[in-house]
Design a protein around this ligand. Structure first.
Ligand SMILES: [Fe+2]
Ligand SMILES: [Fe+2]
Length: 295
C-alpha cells in the first residue's frame, strides 16, 4: 500500500469542504442527523421546496410502492410520507451528487447512484429482516458507503479512469483497481471526508471497512449488514456497470457470522428463504431506483 500517496491527496480531500455547493446544505444536515430531536420540519420542507431536483427526487420516492404511498403531489406531503430521516438521506445524496463537477464523472453518475440507492434500500430491507433496531440508519449507511468513490473521482481525476478500466478488464471490484493505480482505496479516502464532515462514528466505520469486515475494530453489525447489501447489489445488476466475477456464499461470509453473533436467532434462519425475500424485494428496488433516476 502506497501510504504516501494517500497523504499526498489528503489536503485535496480536506479542501472539498470548501467547495461552495457543499457546506451550505451538507453540514447543517449532518448536524441535524446528530440531534434528531432538534430537526425543524418546516426548515426541511423549505429546503426541499427550494430545489427542483431534490423536490422531484422526494416526490418520486414518496410515490413509489416501496414507501407504501401513492399520489403524493406536494413536497409537504412527500416529506411527511417519507419521514425526516429518509428526507435527510435523500438531501444528502443529492448534495453529494453535486460535489462532482459534471465533466469529472469518470464513473457514470447514474450507475453510481443506482448502486448507492440500491444498497441503501437493500440495507434497510435486510435490517428489518434480521431485527436491526435502526433500519433508517442502515439506509443512510448504505447510501453513503461508497462516498470515497466520489472523493477519488474528484481528487484523483487523472488516474481514476485507469482504476475503473483495470477493474473492468479483470472483472474485479473497483477497490482492487484503486489499489493498483492509486495505492489506496475509496474506503480510506471516504473515511477522511466523512470525518471532516463529522458523520456519525458507525457510518464512518461502514465507509472505512465495508470491503474488509474482518478488520472492523468494534465488530458492529452495521458494517456487516452494508457489506452484504453491497455484494447483493453487485450480484444483481446494481453494481458499477461492469461484470464482476464473484459468487456469494451467505452462510460462509464473515459478515454473516458477525450478524449471527449479534442476532443469535439468525443461526436458525432459513437462508434460502432469506435470500428469496431479498431477491423478491430486489426487483422492486431496481424499479424504484430506475424511477428515481429516470431523466
Ligand atoms: Fe465500496
Ligand atoms: Fe459499493
Amino acid at each position: 500500500m502506497k501510504a504516501q500517496r494517500l497523504e499526498e491527496i489528503r489536503p485535496r480531500i480536506q479542501a472539498l469542504e470548501a467547495m461552495p455547493a457543499v457546506p451550505a446544505i451538507v453540514l447543517p444536515l449532518t448536524a441535524m442527523l446528530h440531534s434528531p430531536d432538534q430537526v425543524d420540519v418546516e426548515k426541511v420542507i423549505d429546503l426541499v421546496s427550494y430545489d427542483g431536483t431534490i423536490a422531484a427526487h422526494c416526490l418520486r420516492m414518496a410515490n413509489s410502492p416501496l414507501f407504501g404511498r401513492r399520489n403524493t403531489e406536494t413536497v409537504r406531503s412527500a416529506v411527511f410520507a417519507l419521514g425526516l430521516k429518509r428526507i435527510e438521506a435523500i438531501l444528502l445524496g443529492c448534495c453529494l451528487n453535486r460535489i462532482v463537477p459534471p465533466d469529472k464523472w469518470a464513473l457514470d453518475a447514474v450507475t453510481f447512484w443506482r448502486h448507492s440507492l440500491g444498497c441503501a434500500l437493500v440495507s434497510r430491507k435486510m435490517a428489518k429482516l434480521i431485527g436491526y433496531p435502526d433500519p433508517e440508519k442502515a439506509y443512510l449507511a448504505g447510501l453513503l458507503h461508497d462516498l470515497g468513490i466520489l472523493v477519488n473521482i474528484i481528487a484523483c481525476s487523472e488516474d481514476y479512469p485507469r482504476c475503473i478500466q483495470a477493474a473492468r478488464e479483470a472483472h474485479v471490484a473497483l477497490h482492487r483497481g484503486e489499489e493498483e493505480h492509486l495505492g489506496f482505496t475509496h474506503c480510506q479516502s471516504g473515511k477522511i471526508l466523512a470525518e471532516q464532515w463529522h458523520f456519525s462514528s458507525d457510518v464512518i466505520e461502514v465507509i472505512e471497512f465495508h470491503h474488509d469486515v474482518a478488520a472492523v475494530p468494534t465488530c458492529g453489525p452495521l458494517v456487516s449488514l452494508v457489506h452484504l447489501s453491497d455484494l447483493l447489489c453487485r450480484l444483481r445488476d446494481l453494481g458499477y456497470g461492469y461484470y464482476e466475477a464473484m459468487g456469494m456464499d451467505l452462510a460462509g461470509d464473515a459478515a454473516w457470522a458477525t450478524l449471527v453473533g449479534h442476532y443469535p436467532a439468525l443461526a436458525t434462519m432459513d437462508l434460502a428463504r432469506f435470500t428469496m425475500d431479498i431477491d423478491g424485494a430486489m426487483e422492486e428496488i431496481v424499479a424504484v431506483v430506475d424511477a428515481v433516476f429516470k431523466p
